[in-house]
Design a protein around this ligand. Structure first.
Ligand code: URA
Length: 209
């Protein structure tokens, strides 16, 4: 898989435009995120290994394709990751789920872990880490560090928007982790927001602020 894939499907781009608009309501934002996450899940799972199993249709036997290996693991990077997670779980209901919580230390500006819970046998599974916004890339890179420490070897990072700075940071820290996004935006501003972006994804999906 390429290091960066931008999903430029018309439906994804249309829904993303609606999400970016500042007057989009919390309810619509959440619904759109759910819909877009289904389309992104389709893309993120495109290269999963497939094997075949013998089945019987009403007419005959056949060797039919089925996804190989252990169940996928979805890891939500709290809190905004939960918005993407919900939609993806609709499409992949048997996936295992993990959570990573990080906050930024005000003095060192480094990400600090406050929650970490992931399924067992990460080393044998494809892990899809989800966070809508790849901004500075610091917390995403730290979350991937934690997943690797827990044994994950095959990780894909899925986001809605990425900044060039975030992509570069991830490429430096985790060149083996492909990134899938709906858009590579222009830049980060001085406050660390993605521009043009969509604002604070967590605030917009949960109606906080
Ligand atoms: N996190 C957000 O929610 N939005 C940004 O623009 C950057 C980080």
């Amino acid at each position: 898989m390429k290091h960066l894939t931008v999903v430029d499907h018309p439906l994804v781009q249309h829904k993303l435009t609606l999400m970016r608009e500042k007057d989009t309501s919390t309810a619509s934002f959440r619904q759109l995120l759910r819909e877009i996450s289904l389309l992104l899940a389709y893309e993120v799972t495109r290269e999963l290994p497939v094997t075949s199993k013998q089945i019987e249709t009403p007419l005959c036997e056949m060797a039919a394709p089925t996804i190989e290996g252990k169940k996928l693991v979805l890891v939500s990077i709290l809190r905004a990751g939960n918005g993407l997670l919900d939609g993806i779980l609709e499409l992949i209901p048997a996936a295992r789920v993990g959570f990573v919580g990080l906050y930024r230390d005000e003095e060192t500006l480094e990400p600090v872990q406050y929650y970490f819970k992931v399924p067992k046998n990460l080393e044998d599974r494809t892990v899809i880490a989800v966070d809508p916004m790849l901004a500075t890339g610091n917390s995403s890179a730290a979350a991937i560090d934690l997943l690797k420490q827990a044994g994950a070897k095959n990780i894909i990072f899925l986001c809605l928007l990425a900044s060039p700075e975030g992509v570069a940071r991830m490429k430096e820290a985790h060149p083996d982790v492909p990134i899938i996004t709906a858009s590579l935006d222009e830049k980060l501003n001085e406050k660390g927001y993605i521009v043009p972006g969509l604002g604070d994804a967590g605030d917009r999906m949960f109606g906080t602020k």
